[in-house]
Design a protein around this ligand. Sequence first.
Ligand code: GLU
Length: 400
Amino acid sequence: MVVYRNIQNTRRPTNTSLTLVIKVGTSSICDEVTHYPLLGNLSRIVETIIQLKNLGHRVVLVTSAAVGTGLRRLNITEKPKKLASIQAIAAVGQGRLMSMYDDLFAQFDQPVAQMLLTRNDLAERSQYLNAVNCLEELLDMGVVPIVNENDSISVKEIKFGDNDTLSAITAGMVKADYLFLMTDVDCLYTDNPRSNPDARPVLVCEDIDRLKETVKVSAPGSALGTGGMITKLVAADLATAAGVTTIIARGSTPENIMPIIDPEKYADKMPLHTRFVAKPQPLMDRKWWILHGLHTAGTVYVESEMTEAIHDGQIDHDLFAQNISKVEGNFVEHQAVRLVVQHKNAKGLVDNVTIAKGIVNYSSAEIMRIMLAQEQDIVDKLGYKDANCIIHRDNMAISI
Ligand code: GLU
């Protein structure tokens, strides 16, 4: 009998088996003008996944193009602006997209599964764990999970917004070794290579914040997709924090994944790509979920001493009412808020620095009544006391 550890650890059938999340954008799946499927590309993606599976790896595919495929099916030339129309088009396209994948994977007798997620689905800890367990179970069964955002029911508040972010969350959920962000260029460049011939490729990145200061990534994504290089950097930041090596590579040559994951074997034939090195001490599952799974419902401004309580990515003590100076937003207990410290910069202006995110024990209205108060005065001010602290240290995740 195989005994699996809990989800804090990675479940691996063998030592050499890797878990890969491959994100394919709309521009690799649909023709930008006609929206007809790029069947050659799709077939290459499917063939690559089959090869990876044959090598013993586990693969999750995060795919866009529900909207693009729906536009083609309904013979609509341009993506409308109205949300309900986009939702309806995605509802038509998603089924068709899955049927294309199922047809292609069926040629290799490979079962696939559809997982449609919204941010809301992951905001409840138990629901998040259910989604994790389902993905793990599918991978254990040898199935290829095919993930997309549930566009038909997503509105702004509960949207991941782009599939780069969704793929990074998915990679964190399955504790992937690699996240591949497949795009229409070979790698990240220091500037847009189409307009600047001096743009240089970025091959390896260990510090995304430093990288952001040196590269120009303002170019938007394709007409139908929502990404671009900016969302890829956000996704890489998120995934590497969870211990996932993140790669930007060209979507039309998915077979390049093979040499990228096996550099020793293919040293002399390495295709151009950007590698974001995974953080050596990834956040624990629950803290990562607080930071990236939970919707941020408001902001509490905390005294700058809180920054001194941060050591090695942990906060040494709980957040008390006396440490809070201001509250923004309407939130209720058990929602997540951003913790912000205000600093005066060299020009004498106030900088807001987000230091952490945490789950509150009191609502915004309650915190407004008890902020700056000592613990023993809470009952006097509120008439009751549900918890000693506003946020317990176990419910705080550092974001600096
Ligand atoms: N979920 C959208 C779709 O399937 C795409 C979002 C994105 O391009 O990032 O069309």
